[in-house]
Design a protein around this ligand. Structure first.
Ligand code: MSP
Length: 656
């Protein structure tokens, strides 16, 4: 495979925060991407770190009676030590109090000051200490911080400003010319919308009298730099800007920033214009993911619903945690966290599909075929070829999906191979055939183990520990270092199979919400999770010619039917009839639906199709997943058929 370079960053986390599932998610996503790219044979660099300056840190240190530096030394160590326990393999960990960083920030400030890109002016605004940002009066919501709802304080003071406003048009041009620069598209549109209005200059300083814990402005010792100007520069200071230009030049053009949607403007507008002013090319891509929610609500300390990744790791293991986070969230959309959904994924995908396949084949070989990798051969020529072809096509497919940050889809493709191999074992029946034709049973097991070896390599970036353990247990040894070395037939006959227990023991699912695994009950003609579609059987004079009760026109007019395009579709573990969809219904964000159409349509065949959605149904939980509406489908003896417009219609188009 062609080599390349991949540089990935996470936000640097506020050192004062206790790491929660959101921090763990971004960092694990970066790790999974880095591991995939290493496997693709690319030069890879993965950076994370902590953001140590600012008022909150200063105050917390004062309260504890220690210096801010001592406080940061202790807290940053907690973050640094945390990541390896989640199998995170960052190449560097930057702290904003390190000289290598402070030096570059001071150099950048001086350069912009010398070039007239920074000027002194008067600032008046409302300051929110939580996000360390100023807001204008119009931006406040009920007199509170528009981002946190917290207190703001009115301030007027002399400060330094970066001429950000003048870069607006250049930035718009860059976004237009590079559609993949901000991922997903909805976030790119949000930034373009923001840039549709005049862009203010950016206040980049604080007087030392108010905040001492920061990097001093090199041209005015009475001021320190504002937290974002300091923090964003970590992405270039860590890889050698002004220190090791060769290394910087090699890595920087390939930089992928992973961020949560909360810090979109700071990265897509502040950072990009800072780079323009500094004469540094823009990074390759900014990927903004959604929120992990709990019961559709943002996690917060005050609600007491913050999910602790370490508790989950301790209870269920690091691999299941990583698998769930990567499989469940479509990058760009919000995802709901529940322990029930977590355990379902674990049980269906890991215990049933992966674990059971490995355990079943190994046990059988240990019992009936000498306990060693059996000899290859032909079990069932057509099926053997089909499984092998699917395995050999997988690395290329996964590479393409990972390139587009479609981790959940890459996992789904890999799990499709695992499920195919499970079926292959059932179809070729080595358990039955071993008596009369042991060579045939051996060939079947060889093929199953070989295909499983492929799948495990492609799950390895997501679940490194377990995949290594299973690979060793099926006689495959350590994983190959790049996918170019993953070749069919490399499993060596005669190698002992040592896997001695199911690799993913099942867990009890405590509370079962939603309907039975057969899927939701739905009214005729509608396939979705919204329940009762059209005020059935209420008004009217006698039945209609179809036999159904008549309804007044007003009742029909209340139903908001819209055209939607399917963005993503995936099966729901344990619910054979259900498909989880995200659709574009012309709204500001994708809409999540759960529909009972899996028996008629494969998830992968739905992506890109248009549907009719009942858009104003009350949300309803289906199998523990919230469904926001229902899709229309027709039914006859042949089964179910989705109702769709006969030409492509703009998403959100009204159906009446
Ligand atoms: N220090 C700044 C970032 C500076 S980057 C130059 C900061 N730090 S933070 O500690 O608040 O971390 C923010 C990041 O944590 C988010 O952008 C996101 O990556 C992650 N998450 C925090 N809460 C989250 C969820 N509930 N869900 C998913 N990720 C979220 O902002």
């Amino acid at each position: 495979m062609a080599n390349g370079t991949f540089y990935v960053t996470t936000p640097i986390y506020y050192v004062n925060d206790k790491p929660h599932i959101g921090h763990a998610y971004t960092t694990i996503l970066a790790d999974v991407l880095a591991r995939y790219h290493r496997l693709f044979g690319e030069e890879t660099f993965f950076l994370t770190g902590v953001d140590e300056h600012g008022q909150k840190v200063e105050e917390a240190a004062r309260k504890r009676g220690v210096t801010p530096q001592q406080h940061c030394d202790e807290l940053s160590e907690k973050f640094r030590a945390l990541w390896p326990t989640l199998d995170v393999t960052n190449d560097d960990f930057i702290r904003t109090t390190e000289p290598r960083h402070e030096r570059v920030v001071a150099q950048a400030l001086q350069r912009l000051w010398d070039a007239g890109e920074i000027y002194r002016g008067e600032y008046e605004g409302f300051y929110s200490p939580r996000v360390e940002k100023f807001f204008s009066e119009e931006e406040l919501v009920d007199g509170k911080c528009p981002e946190t709802g917290g207190e703001v304080f009115k301030l007027k003071e002399a400060n330094y400003f970066f001429r950000m406003g003048k870069y607006r048009e250049r930035l718009v041009e860059h976004l237009r010319a590079n559609p993949g620069f901000i991922v997903p598209e909805s976030r790119r549109n949000e930034v373009l919308g923001f840039l549709g209005r005049p862009l203010q200059d950016l206040c980049i300083s604080r007087p030392k009298s108010r905040l001492a814990w920061g990097i001093p402005l090199p041209f005015d010792a009475d001021y320190v730099t504002y937290v974002w100007f300091d923090a964003l520069i970590n992405y270039v200071s860590a890889i050698g800007l002004h220190a090791d230009e060769a290394r910087f030049g090699r890595l920087w053009p390939h930089c992928n920033h992973l961020i949560g949607k909360d810090i979109l403007t700071t990265h897509c507008v502040y950072w990009t214009t800072m780079l323009m002013a500094l004469g540094i090319p823009l990074p390759r891509r900014i990927v903004a993911h959604g929120w992990w929610l709990v019961d559709q609500t943002k996690m917060s300390k005050s609600l007491g619903n913050v999910i602790d990744p370490l508790a989950l790791r301790d209870k269920y293991g690091v691999d299941s945690l990583r698998y769930f986070l990567m499989r469940e969230m479509v990058v760009g959309l919000d995802a709901d966290f529940s322990e029930e959904a977590f355990l379902r994924r674990h049980n269906y995908d890991l215990a049933n599909d992966v674990g059971n396949l490995a355990n079943r084949v190994v046990k059988f070989v240990q019992r009936s075929l000498g306990g060693k990798v059996p000899a290859p051969g032909v079990a069932d020529a057509a099926r053997d070829a089909e499984v092998r072809a699917q395995a050999e096509a997988l690395p290329g497919r996964v590479r393409e999906l990972v390139g587009g940050i479609r981790i959940e889809a890459a996992i789904e493709q890999t799990m499709a191979l695992v499920r195919r191999v499970n079926r292959y074992v059932a179809e070729t029946e080595p358990f039955k055939r071993v008596k009369d034709d042991p060579a045939n049973a051996a060939a079947s097991c060889y093929n199953a183990l070989e295909a499983l070896r492929f799948a495990l390599h492609l799950l390895w970036p997501v679940m490194p520990s377990k995949c290594e353990q299973i690979l060793a247990g099926i006689g495959a040894g350590a994983p190959v270092s790049t996918l170019a070395d993953l070749r069919w037939g490399a499993l060596v006959p005669g190698t002992p199979l040592t896997l001695d227990a199911p690799p993913f023991p099942r867990h009890e699912v405590p509370a079962l919400g939603g309907p039975s695994p057969a899927g939701p009950t739905h009214s005729p003609g509608a396939a979705g999770g919204g329940g009762n579609a059209a005020g059935r059987g209420t008004a009217g004079e006698g039945p209609s010619p179809s036999g159904a009760a008549r309804i007044p026109y007003d009742a029909f007019a209340k139903i908001d039917l819209r055209v939607a395009t399917v963005l993503t579709a995936e099966s729901v573990p344990g619910a054979k009839k259900l498909v989880k969809l995200s659709v574009d219904a012309g709204e500001s964000a994708p809409r999540r639906l759960v529909a009972g159409i899996a028996e008629a349509y494969k998830p992968e065949d739905l992506v890109g199709r248009q549907l009719i959605v009942v858009a104003n149904l009350e949300p309803r939980k289906v199998f523990g997943i919230e469904s926001n509406g229902m899709i229309l489908a027709a039914h006859d003896d042949a089964g179910l058929a989705i109702v769709a417009p006969i030409r492509s219609v703009q998403p959100g188009g009204k159906v009446s």
